[in-house]
Design a protein around this ligand. Sequence first.
Ligand code: NI
Length: 258
Amino acid sequence: MMEFVDTHTHLNDGKFDEDRAEAVARAKAAGVSRIINFGDTMQSSEAVVRLAEEYAGLFAGVGIHPEEACEMTAEDDARLAAWAAKPQVVAIGEIGLDYYWEKDAEKRLLQQRVFVRQLDLARQLHLPVCIHDREAHGDTLAILKKEARGMTGVLHCFSGSWEMAQEVLRMGWYLGVDGPLTYKNAAKLPEIVQKIPLDRLLLETDAPYLAPVPKRGKRNEPAYVVHVAEKVAELRNVPLGEIAAATTQNAMRLYRIK
Ligand code: NI
């Protein structure tokens, strides 16, 4: 049976309160044997760690999302580090910059401070990072080049140009793709997915958001990562099994999971 990894999802979200266990079961039935949930606040980070302890095949990333940026304390650092010591916690994320939602210059500076602080923490903890970058490509890349030397990670829900993709690949990092790849307005993303080396691609859902075609408009869930894989296979004109095997290997290599 083909195996897939949903490398970025949010099963802790309230939209799964009624059927979380069933969503995990549906994912496993679809071949999605591993799922990585990401926190976006201290509270949701605690929740994703708990989920990873509760379900086999679930892993967690912990961190503060740019939209939730607040001045971090030494206590926050210590809590993140304590979670990161658990075997099911495989990354710091999602962290980064979001200039789509944040137009205020001061608050963008706060996002940058929180981003850099968590990159430092990930470096100390020897963990990969999962990066959120929305309409902040220039600053994201500049910060990664300056502050993330020697580190590894993924630009999740990649929305940059081919030029930016090449910079990310030169750093040895990965690109994550999800539902938007399947949308009619996907713009330059399909071409990027055709061109990047297959050993740098990760599949994700970002559930409950961004459901891929043919589920677009519905609540997304990890089982639907298979539709993203199908789109990648179609674009690259290779069998689905090849995409499944390669992207599963990539996820296991980046996040050091078995
Ligand atoms: Ni996300």
